[in-house]
Design a protein around this ligand. Sequence first.
Ligand code: COA
Length: 477
Amino acid sequence: MATKKKTKATKSRAAAKKSAKKVVRLATKKPAAKTANGNGVPRPSTKPYGQAGKALDGVRVLDFTHVQSGPTCTQLLAYMGADVIKVERPGVGDITRGQLRDVKGADSLYFTMLNGNKRSITIDSKHPKGKEILARLIKYCDVLVENFAPGALDRMGLTWDYIHKTNPRMIVASVKGFGPGPYEDCKVYENVAQCAGGSASTTGFREGPPLVTGAQIGDSGTGLHLAFGIVSALYQRVRTGRGQKVLCAMQDGVLNLARVKLRDQQRLKHGPLTEYSQYGEGVPFGKAVPRAGNDSGGGQPGWILKCKGWEEDPDAYIYFITQAPVWGAICDIIGKPEWKTDPDYATPPARLPRLKHIFGTIEEWTKTKTKFEVMDICNAVDIPVGPILSMKEIAEEPSLRQTGTVVEVDHPTRGKYLTVGNPVKMSDSITEVKRSPLLGEHTEEILRLLGYSGRDVDDIKASGAITAPEKGQAQAA
Ligand code: COA
């Protein structure tokens, strides 16, 4: 058995060597160096923090993603140091390059903000030569990430069986709209997932229709889940030596983010949801979790209140939480010290039926202050409040620039633009945000890396596998 395994491994190594002359071994493939405790973990590095490389250095990602969900995932992997090679259709590329364009002839912000730190190679995946290049890429990489419509990867000939046979170590990670079941073949976009994952039915005001949120919980949220799955699979591979399939359905990703609403659905069987303001208003509950407006999702009542200037500024609001331990401080600040001892207001249960009146009274006070003044006054006494920040305010916020959460990047055709840097800050893996690649910017460089000679590259160019067809070339919108 052991001999059989060894033979297979030897064969696969030989194949990889043949197709890719420059084989840089992965850090995770290296046998553990002298270990401190014998469990495979190397001795602690003596390099200063931030100078021992990046978390995913050495991990190579064959990025077959497009639009938002998949690119969110691979951008995070790239931020963490993975070498992300984005495969795009010649002449067209990721459709978002041309969507919602603001600068004529330049890649859109939709694309640039989701594809930083990656390399771009154009390959027609249905061209015979294109398939050959892809086979080399499959041998070269550790992870293949895709979010094509169901079945599209198989139609390219890139079935799990083929990929696994070509590179048994390859992790194949996919975003789909739905998991196995009645809707598995559907194409899905952000808002479809928000609706199917239970978010829309529980968002908005009771009297109004279901609402989608501005945060892209279906696309970016699922990409984030997928990144977690990939990193976990890479870790498991250290032990098993083999890849696996990683699937994230957008419906599942949204439901995971809306899990408190599934919690409330089950609580409904045991009585009304007392923290929902409709309870205090005497409105009966139906069979499903209702929309809760701006009620707080936790046990601490909260609401959005107007602040000074609300008449002109649509974002002059603050989220105010009447957390029980600071109730006394709230009463003092809003000029209602008598509420501290009044039995109608002194305890959380007594306050529940009066929340509308209580928040109305607090709002009379917040309307006399700007949202930032409310922040200062309340935070000084530990009252949790959150200013409603506009995207303009966020874009201009110096502290977000300092932490690298909002980053200005320079781009050769569109000039400077803002992007969101790595929201995960690590003390020993420092993210440097780089601009997104131009379409096919690294095609030749990657082909050479895969072992093709200069003459091979010329032949490949002439074959049409990496260049756009002369006629019928799709135009970006
Ligand atoms: N060379 C040749 N063909 C390529 C190619 C390349 N480099 N890259 C893509 N294509 C082809 C695909 O093979 C597919 O062809 P086929 O349908 O003939 O097999 C075609 O391009 C279109 O791919 P598809 O994924 O169907 O794109 P779409 O624009 O029709 O659908 C989505 C877009 C997002 C709806 C769909 O991809 C999807 O449902 N994805 C999964 C869920 C998801 O991620 N949704 C959120 C996106 S943010």
